[in-house]
Design a protein around this ligand. Structure first.
Ligand code: ZN
Length: 460
């Protein structure tokens, strides 16, 4: 009998082990991201944990956290309510996807929900209205994403909000002060986001001409930012010609510009080191900060980073105008500053592939790009060793059935296992899966925990 009970115990433990092994793991950590769910600065590694924010169900902000030592996920938790969700289901407005920062005391902050605000919120002194409300929330306790409270200390008129944390602990909040006829502004907090300095405009939106019907054409801007050297913020930007008349707002953007904000002395410089007067206008940008004039070609979404010589590289997506609202298919172009001039141009990278740039030497340029291969989406490194013209595909970090991957910027203070946040649309829905991807692969999670929503039910 003794041997019989041993056999039972052995069989029982084998069954237990096999059940454990059968607990299915998936490469994503959540499947309830919604719309265009991830902004550039959406995650931070802080004291052993990577914190990630994304736009989830009903366009509301959600936060998840991964403890690298314990190999343990928490969340996602809903952190606030996005007023742009009131426009659903007719309009999926992703302008209010959340940006995240962890302050010096370990509290986690998000800003989200803005697309210019509405006239009921008052006059917008630096731009125009559209919808939503820019909102700031903070975790109730340090290092704890389960409970959140609203902090009423920012304007409702922001959109494309982005947090930047400097090495000295200063936290910058950068946003466009309204809809697409608004200045771009920054504010700084030196007390862990309890208060922010007055807003400073650095890019000026302004009317350029009045049409016979009384409507106006405007100069406007689409910038993109990265942390530069020390306490610098570096910036690449494209010009938006915002049309009046019957044509109205569309995706017309041209040219590339570069400038640098030295936050230590609150001064802006062009690539030659000449001090700039802000806010920068179109005419001033053309004479002081132009990288290249794109002529009739339309472009969008810049990237910038520095190489080992601290010379900037810039890139954006550019293509021949085809008469459509967004101007046609766009492919990455890139340029670098040699110390005397900008050189570069077209690449051979896949059209519409999106991602992040990393430069190790002036000639060695890498992109981590989301693209699709047949029925699969993939996130892969592409490398150029000839200064950015010809690229070859290197390591594929994630490959999954479904659509093209999109990415955040590289994560602030990143752990090697969690360099970037990637999302992939779930076909037939407006939902996406969210991935935390490191140097070799994404961090896995039990399928039962990652499947927040029953997507098959939602498709019905
Ligand atoms: Zn416009």
């Amino acid at each position: 009998m003794k041997s019989f009970s041993s056999i039972v115990i052995i069989l029982g433990s084998m069954l237990f082990i096999s059940c454990q092994a059968q607990q299915e793991k998936v490469n994503y950590f959540a499947n309830n991201a919604f719309g265009n769910p991830v902004v550039g600065n959406t995650a931070e590694y802080y004291k052993g944990v990577t914190y990630v924010a994304y736009q989830g169900e009903h366009l509301d902000p959600y936060v998840a956290a991964y403890d690298h030592k314990k190999d343990q996920w928490t969340g996602p938790y809903k952190a606030g309510t996005n007023l742009l969700g009131e426009l659903l289901p007719d309009k999926v407005d992703s302008h209010g996807k959340p940006t995240l920062v962890v302050d010096g005391e370990g509290y986690i902050h998000l800003v989200f929900g803005g697309h210019g605000g509405t006239p009921e919120m008052g006059k917008n002194p630096l731009g125009n209205h559209h919808a939503g409300k820019q909102i700031h929330v903070k975790s109730k306790k340090p290092l704890d994403i389960s409970q959140w409270e609203e902090v009423d200390n920012i304007t409702p008129f922001g959109t494309y909000s982005q947090f930047f944390k400097m090495d000295n602990g200063d936290i910058y909040l950068i946003f466009r002060h309204g809809a697409h006829r608004s200045n771009w502004v920054y504010q700084v907090s030196r007390d862990n986001c309890r208060t922010f300095s007055p807003k400073v405009s650095f890019l000026k939106a302004k009317p350029v001409a009045t049409r016979p019907d009384g409507t106006e054409d405007w100069d406007s801007w689409y910038p993109d930012f990265r942390k530069g050297r020390g306490n610098d913020i570096i910036m690449v930007y494209n010009y938006h010609f915002c049309k009046g008349g019957a044509e109205r707002h569309d995706g017309e953007r041209h040219h590339g510009y570069y400038m640098r904000f030295d936050t230590d002395n609150k001064t802006w410089y062009n690539v030659k080191g000449e001090e700039l007067q802000i806010p920068v206008t179109k005419e001033y940008a053309d004479s002081m900060t132009l990288v290249v004039h794109t002529g009739d070609r339309w472009n969008h979404i810049g990237h910038t980073c520095l190489n080992h010589d601290d010379h900037p590289h810039v890139s954006w997506y550019e293509g021949d105008y085809d008469g459509s609202k967004h101007g046609g298919l766009k492919q990455l172009v890139n340029y670098r500053w040699t110390g005397e001039e900008w050189i570069g141009g077209k690449t051979n990278l896949p059209v519409e592939a999106r991602g992040e740039m990393k430069v190790t030497s002036p000639d060695s340029i890498q992109y981590l790009l989301g693209d699709s291969e047949g029925k699969n989406g993939e996130l892969a490194w592409w490398l150029s060793t000839d200064g950015g013209r010809d690229f070859i595909k290197k390591e594929v970090l994630v490959e999954e059935t479904g659509g093209r991957f999109t990415t955040s910027q590289f994560i602030r203070n990143a752990h090697p296992d969690a360099r970037i946040v990637a999302t992939q649309k779930i076909k037939g829905t407006n939902y996406s899966k969210v991935y935390l991807v490191g140097d070799n692969a994404s961090i896995v999670r039990a399928k039962s925990d990652a499947d927040i929503l029953n997507i098959e039910e939602l498709k019905k």
